[in-house]
Write a protein that binds this ligand. Structure first.
Ligand code: ZN
Ligand code: ZN
Ligand code: ZN
Length: 292
């Protein structure tokens, strides 16, 4: 028997880094090549019983499986369940790799909301994943715990986010000793906190008994994307830090991730990274892992 390990397999927003079409310094060097490679967000969870559970299906799946195996020493070719938060690009653009043109595994349960499952059925390029038995539709319900093993459960938690295709969820991953919240995308603290009848992020985390929170940190400020960042949704990191304040002794770990290519938190040498760390919070990096 081992232990449960969660590994961060990607920390970028859906477009990844370098982002297609970007010729600014965030995605280029002065010599023209990309400065950094960051995968869209995903989390690999290996359980005590050896089972492996993947959160999000990114186009960088092949590389993510390698990061995962490096982090926990597990096999490259085993996934026992797949979990999807919502239907935006980087969270589902690797689904096709579960089909017969690529890996083509057999009967991996895909845990997603009814609307996400329906979207796959309704997409002619993806429905074969179900009809050919590569993925098994396993719809979850908001707040309803799914027990993966005696020691490990996942609870989907609804969060407000542009719902043009599907609804959106965070996941609360629970073992006997720790609880990790995976929250890559939501529109605003105001809407999320009001949906869950909470005053501030920290009281919400406390109400869920969270030990580690992986948090949407898409944009540092509303000034990104020539000032359009604020129109897109996602609470900006400046606001999240204001709401969190400095980390207190009984506060959970908060790890920021889902960084847009423009976000200075990609740059290890930036003042913004230093500021987050000085407040006691953490910056998500690929390969980072947590013992739960
Ligand atoms: Zn996203
Ligand atoms: Zn860029
Ligand atoms: Zn999204």
């Amino acid at each position: 028997m081992g232990e449960t390990i969660a590994a961060l397999l990607g920390i970028a927003q859906d477009g990844g880094v370098p982002q297609a079409g970007c010729i600014k310094s965030c995605c280029m060097t002065e010599f023209g090549g990309p400065t950094r490679h960051r995968n869209p967000v995903a989390l690999g969870l290996s359980a005590e019983d050896g089972s492996r559970h993947l959160f999000e299906a990114s186009r960088t799946l092949s590389e993510q499986l390698r990061i995962w195996a490096n982090a926990d020493g597990g096999p490259l070719n085993r996934i026992d369940s797949l979990w999807i938060t919502h239907a935006h690009l980087g969270h589902i653009d690797g689904l096709g790799q579960f089909g017969c043109e690529a890996w083509g595994p057999k009967e991996i349960p895909i845990h997603a909301s009814e609307s996400m499952i329906q979207l796959i059925y309704d997409s002619p390029n993806l429905a074969h994943l179900f009809t050919n038995g590569h993925l098994v539709p396993t719809p979850f319900k908001d707040g309803k715990k799914v027990q993966l093993s005696p020691e490990l459960s996942i609870t989907p938690i609804r969060v407000p986010h542009r719902d043009e295709l599907t609804d959106t969820y965070a996941f609360l991953i629970k073992t006997e000793s720790a609880r990790l919240l995976f929250l890559p995308d939501h529109d605003s603290w105001e809407e999320t906190l009001s949906l869950h009848s909470q005053e501030d992020p920290m009281s919400w985390f406390r109400s869920l008994f969270v030990d580690i929170a992986l948090l949407d940190a898409t944009f540092w400020s509303g000034d990104e994307l020539e000032g359009h960042a604020r129109d897109i949704g996602h609470p900006v990191v400046e606001e999240t830090l204001d709401l969190l304040g400095r980390r207190g002794p009984s506060d959970p770990r908060v790890i920021l991730f889902h960084f847009n290519h423009t976000n200075p938190l990609h740059d290890e040498a930036s003042g913004e990274v230093a500021k987050v760390r000085a407040m006691g919070w953490e910056i998500g990096r690929q390969g980072m892992h947590f013992h739960l």
